[in-house]
Design a protein around this ligand. Sequence first.
Ligand SMILES: [Zn+2]
Length: 512
Amino acid sequence: MASSLIRGRYLLSAADDSGPIDTLHDAAVYQEDGVIVDVGAFEELRGRYNPDSELGGANYAIIPGLVNSHHHGRGVTTLQMGTCDDCLETWILAGWGRRPYDHYLMTLYTAINLLESGTTTVMYNHPQTAAATLREDVDAVLRGFLDAGMRVAFSCYLRNQNRVVYADDDDFLAGLPTDLASDVRRYLAASHMSDDDYFAFCDEMYRQYHDDGSGRVRVLLSPANAQWNSDDFLLRTKAQAARWQTGIHMHLVESPYQKDYGIRTWGKTPVEHLQDLEFLGPEVSFAHAVWLTDRDIDILADAGATVCHNASSNLRLKNGIAPVNPMLARGVNVAMGTDSTAINDDDDLIQEMRLVSKLHRQPGLTEPAITSGQVLGMATANAAAPTGFSREIGALRPGRRADLVLIRLDELSDPYLDDDVPPVEVILGRARSRDIAATVVDGEALIRDGQHQRVNKSDVARELREQLARPVEPETLSVRRMAAQLSPYVERFYLDHAPAMGNPHYVYNSRT
Ligand SMILES: [Zn+2]
């Protein structure tokens, strides 16, 4: 039985968005076999237990392992793979021409990056890759996460309608030149899956991986988004999730065009539509949810649903700033993720917390400003809620898994740090991933001083470098040519469907 005592000058054992965070001074976590046995004053715990090893010390801070609640696993980023930031809808089209890659190596590389910046659990949402290799791709992804030691809430999304623009595929393709339309049909067919095949695939994944004995995988269901899935598909997802007692993770109102789709299709917002379908509930988490009305926020709060805020991605893909302050004020469970599109083009959740904490500071003395404790809660307890691990992670309490981050305070407090500064402000205001001394999952320090202890990151990077040094595949080049031909038609569609922007939740400046 492996046990350890992990000591910190500050121990931020739990944070949520409702109140003060639990902070202990000169404290420790004692864990046995990956489970937290005790949390308390260091001297007391040292006298009480006889650990196999000790970690940390008098000049460290300990926080719960961070949870990235929305991610697509692209360690070599979309930008690196050739898709520059753009408006979401045209960015998605440009992404059609992205090169295929080795899913195992890419996941290992991604997971190491995540762990290096303090993330111990990820909500991984697999994109709709070629149907012929989907099972193989997904096995490689999960093998990658498990080999890296990460905890993963896995889902794979399917778009079963409106795959080119936010309108019926046949209607849209009928307006294209014949050759282009048949090329697009052929492209879409490669990743097409029937609803039955999709649910059979999820069933296989659930049986094989959910509770697979590692304790590190949960399998969730994933419609892609309200405009990308039929009502039948959504309801089937809801029923299946109820049978399995698992979660549903999906994108929602990421852009103003997605909100507009709801208005012109159902005469109501996508959130209202989902409510009328009786789809909402505490098992459902929505990535983005930027374009919400006040009523939408109340509906989500009443339903107990989670919103996964992706601040960097929303800025990068021209989707704006989600109304996080009103959501928190009305009791929505708001989590945080990077959507594989963080502001520095990395997956650094510490930096993402800093961005979130600055972004939601509305101008004016009495206007709302998110607190550092709320932000830490969004990246820990709130983000753990929809993963299927909610009772096991997200806080450092006896009985929970020993997932934590040990942060070195040397540089953060040099040459001086006033004792009056609350520890959470020190972490949120100054910590960077280079200050992480260890990232611990199930009591095992997977990262120590910037090095993954099981996998050599340089080897993984070298293999990726070698694979990607090969010339771009002819099939990829032809998809890129097709996407370039298609682009003016897609743009025309969205110009013809300009959304109403409405009144903003936040006012950041004024022109009159
Ligand atoms: Zn996403």
